[in-house]
Design a protein around this ligand. Structure first.
Ligand SMILES: Cc1cc2nc3c(=O)[nH]c(=O)nc-3n(C[C@H](O)[C@H](O)[C@H](O)COP(=O)(O)OP(=O)(O)OC[C@H]3O[C@@H](n4cnc5c(N)ncnc54)[C@H](O)[C@@H]3O)c2cc1C
Length: 493
């Protein structure tokens, strides 16, 4: 979920990730030993593949390259501590959008969901993963009617994916049961989950380090911002020179998993992916709330609150409750409120400060969600444990940018998820990694693989949500996500 808003207003390049970010509660409540990890004390001067960024896109890309090859080395460069940008600061929703998308994209998001869920379950990754119902409450009649019409359209085109998976709620008593206060309607879906993306991604990095650092195939360097990139050919082979304050690196292949910060290194993406500041809080339900001892059985999105445009939303999940509070106290992780931010946060690549007006809005959660027991006096005040911001990458046309960068041999990008990266980034990272592997095996040509994978995704997008293992292993990305000159020119108008 997050905030899928993408009003574009920024055309100057993003800054580098700020050096003194606000503290995300996901991070402060779960310190990890590898936050400042550096595999070697100095930087290597050469690498076959460099991945820039250690969020969810970067880790899935690294995983694919390291698990699908035996001799390719990967250098990972991270500007700050491990996973300290959007992935380590987000809303904690893994929620495919089912009610208002093209069938191919619905299927793609569902595949991301099932892929991540299966990985967490099979490896037993402790990341507070909970399967839930997703509930999208509407406070604006027009937006609700539009969403209902979009759902009808999606249901006609993708009956298998929507049947029994999504339902509309309009009945006042049922809206009350959903704990919504003053909503005109809701859309409830059965495929949704909450988790700590920070726990998931830092666990995955630690697992990769365990398996591949000792062999010298994985070198992770945190607190090492890449300040610029330039083409560089070595012995006639094209590649790139990456500049950092700790030295330069020459690499034949680069994956930019830099999301909202992409245009700092690729200024030609300044208008295509805009950094946008988003804000979160952690708030504690009072002891007399039923939700201080029993978890809310759903994740929420709130749409059409006065002041919000059609694309904006608030979003809420709850952390677990554990006996001594060690792994959670039922904190309400509540974010959004971008309509209250100056300039809607667009063009801001600095997460070192919060917007007090947004915080004020987020503190009004009890005005939208009933947190009291049936028949009890309404809860009006929650203890604020933390407020922080993070940077999303808003895409000019609403679709992520995933694949080879035109006219940049050996450079690949997975970014621009417009605040909705959890059901998009994992398999986008995997897709660009596959293109890199193909390029390395095939003399720099990866276009055939991309074409085949995208075609398969489109063909299978129309069939049932989960396919055979063979299909599961071979799909690429939706056609809209592919980076072409035509798409770029069309988007820039
Ligand atoms: C407040 C907030 C709430 C959100 N809520 C949700 C939600 O509930 N559900 C959902 O689906 N999505 C949500 N999102 C969006 C989601 O978090 C992102 O789409 C997703 O995390 C993107 O992952 P990523 O790996 O591509 O980017 P990031 O996690 O941002 O990782 C990019 C990495 O690249 C590094 N980097 C950038 N530039 C450089 C450089 N020059 N040199 C070295 N390193 C660099 C950064 O430091 C960072 O670690 C939210 C985002 C925010 C900010």
């Amino acid at each position: 979920m997050g905030d899928a808003s993408f009003q574009i207003g920024s055309s100057s390049p993003a800054g580098l990730p700020s050096l003194n970010p606000t503290e995300s509660y996901w991070q402060t409540s779960h310190p990890v030993p590898v936050a400042e990890h550096r595999s070697t004390s100095s930087l290597p001067s050469n690498a076959t593949v460099v991945i820039v960024g250690t969020g969810i896109s970067g880790v899935f890309a690294a995983h694919e390259i390291l698990s699908q090859s035996t001799d390719i080395d990967v250098l990972v460069l991270e500007a700050r501590t491990l996973c300290s940008s959007a992935t380590g600061r987000n809303g904690g929703h893994l929620v495919p959008i089912i009610h208002e998308q093209r069938p191919g994209i619905i299927a793609w998001e569902l595949r991301n969901f099932h892929h991540v869920a299966a990985l967490i379950e099979s490896a037993g990754i402790p990341c507070d993963f909970r399967k839930l119902n997703g509930c999208l409450g509407f406070w604006n009649k027009t937006y609700f009617e539009e969403a209902k019409a979009a759902l009808k359209e999606a249901a006609a085109l993708a009956p298998e994916q929507t049947r029994d998976a999504v339902r509309v709620v309009e009945d006042a008593a049922e809206l009350e049961e959903l704990n919504l206060v003053g909503a005109v309607g809701a859309i409830v879906q059965t495929t949704a989950a909450s988790l700590s993306p920070y726990k998931l991604v830092t666990w995955l990095w630690q697992d990769l380090l365990k398996k591949h650092e000792g062999t010298g195939r994985l070198n992770l360097q945190t607190t090492t911002p890449v300040t610029s990139l330039s083409p560089h050919s070595k012995e006639g082979n094209p590649g790139y020179l990456l500049t950092t304050a700790r030295g330069t690196i020459i690499a034949s292949h680069i994956i930019l998993a830099t999301n909202g910060y992409t245009s700092h290194l690729l200024p030609q993406f300044s208008s295509l992916i805009s950094p946008t500041q988003a804000q979160m809080t952690a708030q504690l339900p009072p002891p007399d709330s039923p939700f201080s001892s029993n978890l809310i059985p759903r994740s929420y999105g709130f749409v059409g609150i006065p002041g919000m445009d059609h694309e904006m939303s608030d979003y809420l999940v709850q952390r677990p409750i554990s006996e001594n509070g060690a792994t959670g106290r039922g904190e309400l992780m509540y974010g959004g409120g971008r309509h209250a931010a100056k300039g809607y946060g667009v063009g801001v690549s600095d997460d070192s400060y919060i917007d007090p007006d947004v915080e004020n809005h987020l503190r009004g959660l009890p005005e939208r969600l009933n947190l009291a027991a049936q028949g009890s006096v309404r809860v009006t005040h929650l203890e604020l444990l933390a407020s922080w911001t993070g940077i999303i990458g808003s895409s000019i046309d609403g679709f992520p940018w995933v694949g080879g960068v035109p006219d940049h041999h050996g450079m690949f990008l997975a970014a621009g998820y417009s605040g909705h990266g959890m059901p998009n980034a994992p398999l986008s990272g995997r897709h660009v990694a596959r293109l890199v592997l193909e390029s390395l095996r095939n003399g720099g040509d990866w276009s055939g693989l991309q074409k085949a994978e995208v075609e398969l995704t489109e063909k299978k997008g129309l069939s049932s949500a989960i396919d055979s293992d063979a299909v599961e292993k071979n799909f690429g990305v939706p056609v809209e996500y592919v980076i072409t000159k035509e798409r770029i020119n069309g988007a820039l108008g």
